[in-house]
Design a protein around this ligand. Structure first.
Ligand SMILES: Nc1ncnc2c1ncn2[C@@H]1O[C@H](COP(=O)(O)OP(=O)(O)OP(=O)(O)O)[C@@H](O)[C@H]1O
Ligand SMILES: [Mg+2]
Length: 504
């Protein structure tokens, strides 16, 4: 048994924050190793150190038995370590070959890049990954999951033997997650070593040979997957504190706060949302689901005013709002937790306080004439940090220094704290640890119980079944079903999602 990676007493300090605390972590060659832990536990920091994106404050690293110092990602690649980031690194305007070979292009006799050679190698890799993709189109035209797999392809192209993936499944729908896990199993068969960070225990159990848990910067344990169960893992992740249990009771709905009538949304000449009608009542969680890319995102963007409707009407509290801009809709009582929170919802170069105030600064309690009321803003921000357990050393630090999940919690907290009667929440558990997911879910139910209308957009079946009062399913731009969780099973929901069945 060879160890591909071995760390000895790795410590990483960011000011007073101990992101990694004397970590001894080892990964067996040819194995898949899952890394779990709550938001801010130090998972990303540890793998960034292995990829040379951060230098440890202390400690030692061995790669295939040899002690090394990894100053930057180029050196990590020389050691055959590839890193698949949570955020894509491909240049959208370039083709696959141009992306894979970027900066390491082979030259022909005339010093031009020899794209024939590149294309051949790229094709072999794509064949192995079972991705029959067109080589001559810009990568921006591919789907999220295709680009994710391309990121793996790029690392393989560059000779990676060790692949590190930071929450690769958080942006994928359940069907695509299975496909990705299959690819990782195949790469293991080819002898690659894989480290995968995830918040989903099922994924760790289904794919990993060993599982490591980090808590507050400390490596709690590394165990073979068949020597640990779900409850033990949760306890290792969250400590002794019990998790909230969800309680959702039936109650009558109020009036229809949101009414969508024959809504159509176009993207250039393409009709992406087709004639969709539904309503959401006060006191109701309406769960909207479907396979990604079937119009859910565009429908939501039209609801909040980020995209124009081509036809149809949106009524909010009895008024037609379809021609209102986003600010007017927000002021009238809509809040929105976007799917792509980090790109759409946050400014990472601004402070935490600025990020929390963003979108709220025009509210009467936060400004007087041209002046902002800083005391009120600060206490508003502190409450969010406390309620959503955002791990942050102060309100003044850059939002970019928060862990991925803590940044997401910040944005969710901001939108929830508006206390608007209508809340749109897209993929709330994406990138969020188990404890916070439970908290967010319980807050959604609490708000529903006090009369909010909630639109929950999610591809996670558990989330949809546990929280929704009614479920709407989109397929190919149409709302093909409106049903209740108690009236269908998962198989039937799946049938609606792939368009083989409809009820409206
Ligand atoms: N560049 C930085 N500057 C300051 N603090 C940082 C920086 N990067 C990370 N931290 C802090 O280090 C701690 C660990 O962060 P890390 O990103 O490793 O967590 P994580 O386990 O990946 O969490 P998540 O599940 O939310 O992605 C956090 O408290 C975070 O705020
Ligand atoms: Mg992380």
């Amino acid at each position: 048994m060879t160890l591909a990676i071995e760390t000895h007493q790795i410590t990483k300090l960011y000011g007073d924050t101990v992101a990694n605390d004397h970590i001894d972590f080892s990964v067996i060659e040819g194995h898949i190793h899952a890394v779990l832990g709550e938001n801010g536990a130090g998972k990303t920091t540890l793998v960034k150190i292995l990829f040379g994106e951060e230098m440890p404050t202390e400690g030692e690293i061995k790669i295939f038995g040899k002690t090394v110092t990894i100053h930057n990602p180029a050196e990590a690649l020389d050691l055959s370590i590839g890193f698949i980031h949570q955020h894509f690194t491909l240049v959208n305007e370039f083709t696959i070959a141009q992306n894979f070979a970027l900066g390491i292009e082979p030259c022909n006799n005339l010093f031009f890049c020899d794209y024939d050679t590149v294309n051949k190698k790229v094709k072999n890799i794509l064949d192995m990954l079972e991705m029959p993709l067109k080589l001559d189109v810009p990568v921006g035209s591919f789907s999220v999951e295709e680009r994710q797999i391309m990121e793996i392809g790029k690392a393989l192209y560059r000779g990676a033997q060790i692949l590190i993936l930071d929450e690769p499944t958080s942006v994928l729908t359940p069907q695509k997650i299975e496909k990705l896990l299959d690819i990782l199993r195949k790469l293991r068969q080819e002898g690659k070593t894989i480290i995968m960070i995830t918040h989903k225990l099922e994924e760790a159990f289904s794919i990993a040979d060993e599982i490591s848990v980090l808590r507050k910067g400390v490596l709690v344990a590394t165990l073979p997957h068949d020597r640990v169960n779900r409850e033990q893992l949760i306890r290792m992740m969250v400590g002794e504190e019990p998790l909230i249990t969800l309680k959702k009771e039936d109650h009558p709905f109020g009036d229809a706060l949101v009414q969508v009538r024959n809504l159509c949304v176009n993207n250039y000449d393409n009709r992406i949302v087709k004639n969709v009608s539904f309503e959401i009542h006060r006191g109701e969680i309406f769960g909207l689901t479907g396979v990604g890319g079937n119009g859910q995102a565009e429908l939501v963007e039209a609801l909040i005013g980020m995209r124009p409707a081509s036809e149809g009407d949106i009524r909010f509290d009895g008024k037609s709002v379809v021609h209102w801009d986003i600010q007017k809709r927000r002021l009238s009582g809509m809040a929105y937790v976007p799917e792509n929170r980090i790109e759409r919802g946050a400014a990472v170069s601004l402070s935490i306080l600025d990020n929390l105030v963003m979108g709220h600064h025009y509210l009467p309690e936060f400004h007087q004439g041209l002046l902002l009321k800083y005391k009120n803003l600060q206490s508003f921000a502190r409450d969010i940090i406390k309620d959503f357990e955002v791990v942050a050393s102060s309100l003044e630090i850059n939002a970019g220094s928060l862990s991925g999940g803590n940044l997401q919690k910040l944005i969710i907290g901001r939108e929830f704290s508006l206390n608007t009667p209508f809340l749109i929440v897209a993929y709330p558990s994406q990138g969020i640890d188990i404890r916070t997911t439970k908290y967010v879910h319980s807050e959604l139910i609490r708000r529903r119980d006090t009369g909010y209308a909630i639109l929950l957009v999610s591809g996670d079946m558990d989330e949809i079944f546990n929280l929704s009062d009614r479920i709407g399913v989109m397929y190919s731009g149409e709302l093909v079903a409106i049903t209740k969780p108690e009236e269908i099973n998962r198989f039937e929901l799946g049938q609606y999602m792939v368009g083989s069945r409809r009820n409206c």
